[in-house]
Ligand binder design. Structure first.
Ligand SMILES: Nc1ncnc2c1ncn2[C@@H]1O[C@H](COP(=O)(O)OP(=O)(O)O)[C@@H](O)[C@H]1O
Ligand SMILES: Nc1ccn([C@@H]2O[C@H](COP(=O)(O)OP(=O)(O)O)[C@@H](O)[C@H]2O)c(=O)n1
Length: 270
C-alpha cells in the first residue's frame, strides 16, 4: 500500500541538515539518504573547497589583505553547481551514489579533495564575506522549486543555513576512527599518505572550525546526535530515513486534518 506521504499532495520542501566534524561520514551518509529519498544533495564543504581551489590556482597570497579581497571577489564571481549520478551496478567499482561538483562548469569533484585544498579551506571558510556569499547560494539551492527535498551537509547547516530544517543530524565519531577512515579513503588514490599527518591536519581543521567567530561548527539545539564510531553506514542511513519517513507522515496527516477542518469551517459558514 502506498504511504500517506506518497499519496498526499506535495508539502513544503523537506530539508535535512547534517553537520559534524571532518570525516565523520557527512557526505557519504547524505549521498545515500538523498539517493534513497530522491532528494537533492548539497555538500556545502565542497563549495568552500571549490573557492579555495580557484584561489590556489591563481596563486593568491592567502593571508594578505589584497589576497582576502581577491578571494572574496572570486566567490562573488563563481558558479558552483552540483549533479548527482546514479549508483553503478553492484558488480565492480564504487556503487555509491556520487555528487559531482562543477566550478564555472568544470568538473572539480576530484581536484577539490587534494591535501593542498584541505590544508587551506578552513582559512577561506572563516572569512565572513565568503560565508555570506555561500549562505545565499546554499539557501538558493534548498529553495529550488523543482525538488521534493534536500539533504545539505556541513558545519553550520542546522544552526545558520537551514535553521528551519525539519530534521537535523549531528554526526560524530572518535578522531582516530575518523582519521583512519580518511586515510583509507585517500590511500586508494595516493599510496604515500601518512596516517599521523592526516590525524594532525584533521584535528587542526576541527579546532579552526570550532573556534572561528562566524558560524562555527556547532550542534543545533534540536539536532539528533548519531555517533558513527560504532554504527555502520547502513545503520546510520537507515535511522535517518526512518526519522524522515515518520516526520513526513506526521506532516502529511497534519495537513489532511487541516484541510478537513478548513472544509468544515467553510460548510459551517454557509
Ligand atoms: N558509519 C560509517 N562507518 C564506517 N565508515 C564510514 C561511515 N560513514 C562514512 N564512512 C567512511 O568514512 C570516510 C569519510 O566519510 P565522508 O562521508 O567523506 O565524511 P565527511 O563528509 O564527514 O568528511 C568515507 O570513506 C566513508 O565511506
Ligand atoms: N558548512 C560548512 C561546510 C564546510 N566548511 C568548511 O569547509 C571545510 C571542508 O569541509 P568538508 O565538509 O569538505 O570537509 P570534510 O569533513 O569532508 O573533511 C571544513 O573544514 C570547514 O572549514 C564550513 O566552514 N562550513
Amino acid at each position: 500500500m502506498a504511504s500517506r506521504a506518497a499519496i498526499l499532495p506535495k508539502l513544503s520542501i523537506f530539508k535535512i541538515a547534517i553537520d559534524g566534524p571532518a570525516a565523520s561520514g557527512k557526505s557519504t551518509t547524505s549521498r545515500y539518504v538523498a539517493h534513497r529519498l530522491g532528494f537533492m544533495h548539497i555538500d556545502s564543504g565542497a563549495m568552500y573547497r571549490a573557492i579555495t581551489l580557484k584561489a590556489l590556482r591563481q596563486n593568491i597570497k592567502f593571508e594578505s589583505h589584497n589576497g582576502i579581497s581577491h578571494i572574496i571577489n572570486l566567490a562573488h564571481n563563481s558558479s558552483i553547481q552540483f549533479a548527482t549520478t546514479k549508483p553503478i551496478g553492484s558488480s565492480g567499482g564504487d556503487n555509491a551514489p556520487q555528487t559531482m561538483v562543477y566550478l564555472d562548469d568544470e568538473d572539480v569533484s576530484a581536484d577539490i579533495r587534494t591535501m593542498d585544498v584541505t590544508r587551506n579551506v578552513s582559512f577561506v571558510a572563516a572569512i565572513p564575506e565568503i560565508r555570506k556569499v555561500m549562505l545565499a547560494k546554499q539557501r538558493g539551492y534548498a529553495n529550488s522549486t523543482n525538488i521534493d527535498g534536500v539533504v545539505m551537509d556541513g558545519r553550520d547547516i542546522g544552526t545558520v543555513v537551514l535553521p528551519d530544517a525539519q530534521l537535523k543530524i549531528f554526526l560524530t565519531a572518535n578522531a582516530n576512527v575518523r582519521a583512519m577512515r580518511r586515510y583509507e579513503q585517500l590511500k586508494l588514490k595516493d599510496k604515500k599518505v601518512v596516517f599521523e599527518e592526516i590525524l594532525r591536519d584533521l584535528e587542526k581543521r576541527d579546532k579552526a572550525d570550532l573556534e572561528r567567530k562566524v558560524s562555527p561548527l556547532r550542534k543545533a539545539i534540536d539536532a539528533v546526535v548519531l555517533d558513527t564510531t560504532t554504527l555502520t553506514l547502513n545503520e546510520i542511513v537507515g535511522k535517518i530515513i526512518e526519522m524522515t519517513n515518520k516526520l513526513r507522515n506526521n506532516a502529511a496527516q497534519l495537513s489532511e486534518v487541516n484541510s478537513q477542518l478548513n472544509e468544515l469551517t467553510k460548510r459551517t459558514e454557509i
